[in-house]
Design a protein around this ligand. Sequence first.
Ligand code: IPE
Ligand code: IPE
Ligand code: MG
Length: 248
Amino acid sequence: MVEIDKERLPRHVAIIMDGNGRWATQRGLNRIAGHRRGKDSVKDVVEAARRLGIEYLSLYAFSSENWQRPKTEVQALMRFLRHYLASEIKRMMKHGIRLEAIGNLRRLPPEVQTALRKAIHQTRDNDGMTVVLAVSYGSREEITEAARSIAAEVHRGELAPDEVTEELVASRLSTAGIPDPDLLIRTSGEMRVSNFQLWQIAYTEIYVTDTRWPDFREQNFLEAIAHYQQRERRFGRTQEQTKLRAAH
Ligand code: IPE
Ligand code: IPE
Ligand code: MG
């Protein structure tokens, strides 16, 4: 049993769900079988996070760069996404889960956009936990878009350069209103962030596990939280200052 301190839960957990392809290849299956199996991990981890009392769970499901994958794989992923949304709305309603999405959603096939919009709309008043699905998401694209919109406002004379603060930039990202992740989990061993929330993870604790996403279940999630609770978050201060602050 993993010991979790309910008083010190991360408010926002983000997951880079990686390793579906390798999970399948290792078993002599095609990569798509790995993605299919990965859906079960999503269901399991969403429920585990909800039970635990996590406020925000972000799931990186498809990156801007993933569009470059073979067409058949992209199509399968889009199909799974649509099925997931259609089949999970009921469960989201039952557990009070609100769905949000970040990313370049206009690039998604129309039927996926419709399913996504419908799920977001139906769950908008739920207040149990927010699941933020990152699909067709790339952080550089997101930051570039924010810079472009700020530049246009300055150009029109609606905003002075001095008014461009960290808060303003953050408010123009697709994650506006969502607290920065406290914990970022990456499955399948890769020590990189692959264009995920580059601005938002400035002080996020990173946890990498070798477990492939299709094998990652509630127990693995709890282990990641337990590891997070061992960390000392200093935000640039000294250890001594950090301890003093924690005591108050
Ligand atoms: C994660 O698994 C799912 C997506 C990126 C869409 P991968 O498909 O990247 O699996 P590996 O990394 O090739 O094993
Ligand atoms: C990151 O995984 C994106 C998602 C999990 C959705 P990738 O498999 O695309 O990342 P790289 O290519 O190994 O960096
Ligand atoms: Mg991968």
